[in-house]
Design a protein around this ligand. Structure first.
Ligand code: HSE
Length: 446
């Protein structure tokens, strides 16, 4: 039987999962591929930590060069994470005509333009299914399954840690810091949890998703991002009362002249599928012109789910190698030689519905002052909730308002003005609401 020699750089949790999967499902993979995947070398700087998998000791090395310089190895799996030396290893592998499989979302979000260009020039493949949505085949879905479609919008729950925190806060009334600690103990939070709770990890994943959905070059820093650290139990309770769940959403919407790309806590109607994606699960709601609505759901992290995505890339590339072809599918779905920069809509210009929670003095005239400023800034109020006289620490009461569609720029000017009023105590909380946009007929009509 034919063999395909593979090298693995990075023997951490996912790396161990890949080794396990290649061993446990070796027969099945041979049957499906018609060849044997041979893990020839594993490189990691830490060779002493025990891993829950049996391997021949002599395949382990501390030197990634033993993989990169081995002419028999035709596919390199990079699972070390981080920017360097991962970037240099991937580029070197490609310059040596090896195809690459990686789960490195941060690297692809920031250096993807360079990496995809080199892959094209060297005529090698780069598989990155595991970089977005863990086990969910979102990359293949966008590149192949939905290739005939114009993607109108993608709404994703792409950070398991944030989703786990929001779910536990909503369902069990748990406190933010305690649940974050649980997510860290369970192993799906990033080494620096700021990446999770400040929306950076989701933005990495959205950058990759955008480049595939629209076949464009994306500049990571242009993506608007806001995390969940300001979300309190009060907002979760008010959202419930109003018929919404709060989720950290990665949003891409094609508008007439540009594309909206934003990450922020979002209120979603209770009955929408995304509102029912709980715990550390990830999901994507894709709206297309022909396929209409497509929904994907699954584990966004974890040893074996992520390994499943890595091995799927390995098999895809190997299948093509066995047929003597490469780059059957372009890395970003569209031809690399004609790829253009994406045109993102300025955040100031987005139009959506808003939830505001003001913390204000409990005295006559307060509501009219606030609504006056909103009115002067073209913001029309759809509903108001003011609870009885249960004052918070600042001696203030919460006033909640929902708006009709408003422009972000107007909202920011209004809130700046309102937060300067002497009747307002502390910063107003703003949460965007996605309601109509989640309906495919609404998006199709834009
Ligand atoms: N920290 C990430 C998450 C892991 O919480 O989703 C998967 O990318």
């Amino acid at each position: 039987m034919k063999e395909i020699q593979v090298g693995l750089i990075g023997f951490g949790t996912v790396g161990t999962g890949v080794v396990k999967l290649l061993q446990n499902n070796a027969r099945l993979l041979e049957k499906r591929l018609g060849a044997r995947l041979v893990l020839k070398k594993i490189a990691d700087i830490d060779l002493t930590t025990p891993r829950d998998v049996q391997i021949e000791k002599d395949i382990l090395t501390k030197d990634a060069g033993e993989i990169l310089n081995d002419p028999e190895i035709s596919i390199v799996i990079e699972l070390m994470g981080g920017y360097e030396p991962a970037r240099s290893f991937i580029l070197e592998a490609m310059h040596k005509k090896k195809s690459v499989v990686t789960a490195n979302k941060a690297l692809l979000a920031v250096h993807g333009n360079e990496i995809f260009k080199v892959a094209e020039e060297e005529e090698v493949d780069i598989g990155f299914e595991a970089s977005v949505g863990g086990t969910i085949p979102i990359i293949k879905t966008l590149k192949e399954g939905l290739v005939a479609n114009e993607v109108k919008a993608v709404f994703g729950i792409t950070n398991g840690t944030s989703n786990y925190i929001l779910t536990k806060m909503a369902d069990e009334g748990e406190n933010f810091d305690d649940v974050l600690k649980e997510a860290q103990d369970l192993g799906f939070a990033e080494a620096d949890p700021k990446f999770d709770i400040e929306g950076i990890d989701s933005a990495h994943k959205l950058a990759i998703t955008l480049s595939l959905s629209y076949g464009k070059r994306v500049n990571f820093d242009d993506i608007y991002r806001e995390g969940i650290s300001k979300i309190s139990q009060d907002d979760i309770e008010f959202a419930k009362e109003l018929g919404y769940k709060i989720k950290l959403l990665a949003i891409a919407i094609q508008r007439e002249d540009s594309i909206e790309a934003r990450i922020h806590p979002t209120m979603i109607p209770f009955d929408h599928l995304l509102a029912n994606v709980n715990g550390n699960f990830n999901a994507f709601h894709i709206i297309c012109d022909a396929a209409d609505s497509v929904f994907l759901y699954g584990q966004g992290s974890g040893m074996m789910p992520t390994a499943s995505a890595v091995v799927s890339d390995l098999v895809d590339i190997s299948r093509d190698m066995l047929k003597g072809i490469a780059r059957r599918v372009p890395s970003r779905s569209s031809r690399e030689d004609i790829i253009e920069d994406i045109k993102l809509k300025s955040m100031d210009d987005i139009v959506t519905n808003y939830y505001f929670r003001f913390s204000a003095a409990d005295r006559p005239g307060v509501l009219s002052k606030i609504s006056g400023v909103l009115g002067e800034n073209n913001i029309s109020i759809a509903s108001v909730i003011q609870k009885g006289r249960k004052h918070n620490d600042a001696g203030a009461v919460p006033i909640v308002m929902m708006t009709h569609e408003s422009k972000e720029k107007d909202v920011r000017s209004a809130l700046e003005e309102i937060d300067r009023l002497d009747i307002v105590r502390g910063e107003t909380i703003l949460i965007r609401i996605e309601d109509d946009n989640l309906k495919s007929d609404f998006i199709q009509g834009t």
